[in-house]
Design a protein around this ligand. Structure first.
Ligand SMILES: Cc1ncc(COP(=O)(O)O)c(C=O)c1O
Length: 279
């Protein structure tokens, strides 16, 4: 059975989906995206993803789409692909649309290109063992709070991790470890959970926000304050958070064991609380 995707108002087999070579997503990465997780057919934090998409569209001045319209699309994609009761990911992307190439926005504006697809998702089993991570220089631009499709710096850093047989790279800018290529980054120092402040240098990650909420609701001390690279060796624990990784303990950073070298109790407790919060 071929995968059915959504493109500009139609549900079509993936092989039949066609996008213009003049699409500004293709030419300039002029677009944004979201990845939403479904647990057995129920979406986690869908409203938050759609609201972040609305913020991204507003930041990039892309009009012509009300993100709420993608909620029924996401459900239909699960149904049309036999994923209604499955663990799945729905990918949604909006670009400024197709127009003769030129840096300035098309005038008058053209309709945005709207694409969405669902696929089955096998959650990672490594939370029990923990994962290995490297650090890499943060070569991204300075508006990382917008979830644009311009992910080349993220891809290059993740490839460095893969080449080093690690699972993720965490990005370092001016001595501060900000976030992973597709995850948020946390440390635990003397029992206090810490993650970088939500400014323009990190994505306002939904899992990051949920993790902080779980800390606050369960008496786990937490703070949003920079994590410096040279402090990390003093961390009791390090972990990642994200839609695809949930909460993932880091057991080795740049080849050196983190804390005891095993997943720590705080990440373990947060994963338990997180799982209780998902559908
Ligand atoms: C750079 C970056 N940071 C953090 C995250 C985690 O965000 P969320 O929890 O919303 O999935 C992602 C997700 O793709 C990301 O790309």
């Amino acid at each position: 059975m071929s995968q059915i995707v959504y493109l500009n108002g139609k549900y079509v087999p993936l092989e039949e989906a066609r996008i213009s070579p003049e699409d500004r997503g293709f030419l300039f990465a002029d677009g944004i995206y979201e990845v939403v997780r479904s647990y057995g057919g129920a979406f986690f934090e869908m409203d938050a993803h759609l609201s972040r998409m609305a913020d991204g569209l507003a930041a990039l001045l892309i009009g012509g789409l009300e993100p709420a319209a993608l909620q029924p699309v996401a459900h239909t994609l699960l149904e049309r692909n036999g994923l209604a009761g499955a663990d799945a990911l729905v990918y949604m992307q909006v670009t400024r649309g197709a127009a003769v190439r030129g840096h300035a926005f098309p005038n008058p504006p053209v309709p945005p290109t709207v694409y969405a697809a669902a696929r089955q998702f096998q959650p990672r089993a490594d939370a029990i063992r923990g994962i290995t991570v490297i650090t890499a220089p943060d070569d991204r631009w300075s508006r990382c709070n917008i979830k644009t499709t311009g992910l080349l710096a993220n891809c290059l850093a993740l490839q460095q991790a893969v080449d080093a047989e690690a699972t993720e790279a965490v990005l370092v800018r001016d001595g501060a470890v900000l976030e992973g290529t597709h995850t948020s980054f946390f440390g635990v120092f003397d029992g206090v959970v810490r993650t970088a402040p939500a400014d323009n240098y990190i994505l306002p990650s939904i899992t990051r926000r949920v993790t902080l909420e779980l800390c606050r609701a369960n008496g786990i001390p937490c703070e949003e304050r920079a994590l410096l690279l040279n402090e990390l060796e003093a961390a009791d624990e390090l972990f990642l958070a994200g839609t695809t990784m949930e909460i993932m303990p880091i057991v080795k950073l740049n080849g050196t064991p983190v804390g005891t070298g095993r997943p720590g109790p705080v990440a373990g407790r947060l994963l338990e609380l997180f799982r209780a919060r998902t559908p």
